[in-house]
Design a protein around this ligand. Sequence first.
Ligand code: AOF
Ligand code: ZN
Length: 384
Amino acid sequence: EFALMTHPNAPDPDELWMNEALELAALGQGYVEPNPMVGCVLVRDGCMIGRGYHQIYGGAHAEVNALEDCSSSGEVPQGSTAYVTLEPCCHFGKTPPCADALIRARVARVVVAVTDPFPAVDGGGIKRLRESGIEVITGVGADKSERLLAPYLKRVRTGRPWVIAKWAMSMDGRIATSTGESQWITGNESRYEVHQLRGRVDAIAVGMGTVIADDPLLTARHGGPRTPIRIVFARHRVPDLKSQLVRTGSETPTWIVAGPAIADSDLALLADHDVETMRCDSENSVDMVDEVLQRLAREDNLSGRPISNLMIEGGGGLLGSFAAAHQIDEAHVYLGAKLIGGLKSLGPFGDPGFPRLADATRFEIQSVQTFGPDVRAIYRRIKD
Ligand code: AOF
Ligand code: ZN
C-alpha cells in the first residue's frame, strides 16, 4: 500500500549529475575554442568516481580526462554511468575517439545532453556506443548544454561565429554628449569587466569611425585566457599609420577587413606594420557583415583557426550593420549612472535601424548585475 514513492518534484538524479558535468564543462571557457566546452562525470551506485573536462584546445577530451581521473584515484569505470554534456566523438581528430575509450573502459550507460552536429560525429558516437551494447540516453540537461555550447553550435550549424555586441550608455541611452564627450560614461568596475570579456573572445571588431574617434588599443588589459585578434572594418578608409592599432600591429594580431573601395597601396603600407588584410567583395555594409562572418568561421582564415566568438565594440555604424544583418547573438549592455539628455546626443546604434517595432530584434535577459555605480545586462537573441 505504501509503495516506495518519489516526490513528484524530486530532482531527477540524471539531471543532477549532468549539472555537475556542465559545471566542469564551463571551466574550459576561453581555453577550448573553437572546440566545444565539454564536461564528463562517471558515477556508480550514486557516487562520483571520476570527473573531467576538455581543458585546452588540442588537449584531451572530457571523457578521457574523466576516465584518467577515475583510474588515478584507484577506481574502475567498468559498469558505471558516464554523464557527458556533448555526444562522445567517434573520429580521429587531434585525439582518438572518445566513444572507443568509453567502450574499452566498459561503462554500462552513457547519458548525453546534446548530440554533436560536427560533420565527422553527428550521431555517429551514439550509434557506436549503442552497437557495442551500451545503453545511451540523450537530452538530459539539453537546454543548459545548448546554452553553454551556443557559440560552437552556431558555428558548426551556420558557418558563422557567435557575435557579442558590447556597448556602454547613459541612463537615457546616450553614448556621448552633444559635444562628443564620451569618456567615461561608465566606471572602472565596468571597464574591468569588459577587459575580462575581451580576454576570452577570439576577436574584437570595430569600425573606422571608432578608430578615428577613440584611437583604441583593444587589448585585454587584465589578462584572460586569450589575446583577441583586433579586426577593423574598413569600407572607405584605413587606419592611420600613427594609430595605436597600427603601431602595435607587430605585438597583437591586427586585421583589416577591406571593402572594394580601399586601394591596394594603402594595404601594402599597413602590411609593413604587420597588419594583415582580408579583402571582401561586398559593397554594402550589411552584406559585408555576412561575407566577413563566413570568412572568419573558416579554418583557412588568416589565423588558420576558426573564430568562434566575435565581440563588436562599436561604433554605431558597425553595430547598426550587424543588427540589420540579424547577426547579434548576445548583447552586453552597460548602463552608466549618468543622465546626458539632448536630442543631439547619440545612441549606440547607427543606421539603418528597424522602422517597424514588429521587425525589431528580440532578446531575452540572461543576467543583470551591478558593477560599482553601473548596471550590466546580458541579453541573448530569441530565435524566431
Ligand atoms: C568529445 N569530447 O571533450 C570534446 C569533443 O580536434 P579534436 O580532436 O580536439 O576534436 C574536436 C572535435 O571533437 C570537435 O569539433 C567536436 O566535434 C569534438 N569535441 N568531443 O567527445 C570532448 N571537446
Ligand atoms: Zn572526444
